[in-house]
Design a protein around this ligand. Sequence first.
Ligand code: GYE
Length: 333
Amino acid sequence: MRSLEDVVLKKWSAAVLAGALAVGALAGCGGDDGDGGGGGGDKLVMGFSQVGAESGWRTANTKSIQESAAAAGIELKFSDAQGKQENQIKAIRSFIAQRVDVIAFSPVVESGWDPVLKEAKDANIPVILTDRSVDSTDKTLYKTFIGSDFVLEGQKAGLWLTKEYEGKPGPVNIVELQGSPGAAPANDRKAGFAEVIKKDPKFKVIASQTGQFTRTDGKEVMEAFLKTYPDIDVLYAHNDDMGLGAIEAIEAAGKKPGTDIKIVTVDAVKDGMTALSQGKINFIVECSPLLGPQLMDLAKKVKAGEQVETRVLTEETTFNKEQATAALPTRKY
Ligand code: GYE
């Protein structure tokens, strides 16, 4: 256990450090290009394709991007893909046709982006991946990727669980609510968690299904889990919203969330943190949606032809009940 913890924490500190360095580098240049960057004083135009409005995280992310664009004097062409890759591809093609200065998007799924990214590259329009990455092997198709390390988030959830059950007998029956199929945070949060808990065979994932990152689906799938499996010990939900939906299902089934079934989630949005401070969720791994300011800085640098880090990591922590209670009054999202 010790060595596993060391490995995860080491990776964690390295990630935080890398994030801090990247933020530092950005902050260092922030004052230079306040006048609209390269060209003849024209406003920088950014085309942004958002995933949708599936969760509290997404709502906070959209707000951060819109507010930061306005504050940075960037004209934002915002498009909501409603969870569909085809809509995102259409939006990106339309941004290319409009000859925006920079395209940024949060990919609904990881795969299938090469053709449209090549079109953007051929048109000389730089692309910034925001929040989620793509699995393209050609790294020249985008300038940089700003967002979290989702594998690490899954590892942190797994690490909490191994500590929670340290010295206790198994089996520990776990059900998992996955994010939307094919999305980087769903793939990676599953993988990171699995990697940590597989070190002890008493941890058993008895069911794992998508809850689409939404409350409604989280509730529905949890209802089905509760009917099929009478002996669930733990719920691991890839985001707060699915966890919150599942809490409703657990309560409706006459069980006590956080006590009869322990719950660990990812995001740390206000509603999740409130449930954590009430003891209905036991642990939350933070994933910050406040990517707007860094994205706007990166866009200005990219437009000005400056070199940027190819990976900009977000700084994140974790919360237990006491920490959530302390953080809530000043929580921004
Ligand atoms: O965790 C979830 C959202 O991509 C990090 O998407 C994001 C995830 C976030 O719907 O709540």
